[in-house]
Write a protein that binds this ligand. Sequence first.
Ligand code: DC
Length: 225
Amino acid sequence: MENKSIALDGPAGAGKSTLSKMASKRFGLIYVDTGALYRCVGLYVLRKGVEPRDEASVKALLPEISPVMKYDDDGVQRMYLGGEDVTEEIRMPEVSSYASDVSALPPVREYLLSQQRRMAEEYDVIMDGRDIGTVIMPKAGLKVFLTAEPEVRARRRYLELREKGIGTTPEKVLEEMAQRDKNDSERDVAPLRAADDAVILDTTNMDLGESFEALCALISGRLGA
Ligand code: DC
């Protein structure tokens, strides 16, 4: 139900999913991580050994992918491909880059559109992605464009990956992130950009607690929650 819902867009590593999860609990909203859908398509394409920018080949695979989104008892979104739980695997850096490449293909965006719109129509959601305020929920009650300096975002993402035991370096994360942001911002269809009526929230100089309070203030102010 769009006008009570929140659209949260922004570049990689801005803290969208962490803050959305926290806000969903405080305001009783369903958290929808739309990047997970693109990641499922990316993982499937990777496993099939298909080139992620090859539109015709990726398009041919789409009917067999059918990513399924489910929520566990704690309200945590889990992703399934053909019954297999791929929630953790889709977070691998290689899958991030595949997800970004396939997300630039119009048939992929079209394929995932109805699933996202349905969630937005049925529930009060906080939905994060790249085109939520511009394409998926143009009538969202609040649109936030969450961002931070690239070095800060890369540092946060590096620490997150290290915690999961994924070996990488801050420099490598920064490089991959810059490539992905460029890809996501420069594509022709539904590029990453702030909706005209979005509030820009820059968390470069905020820690997690401060970012969360800033987001909550926006939500309370706009939705009267
Ligand atoms: O949010 P994320 O980093 O998990 O998203 C992975 C990729 O999916 C991202 O690089 C671009 C794409 N994506 C998109 O194009 N549109 C969305 N609404 C969400 C993600």
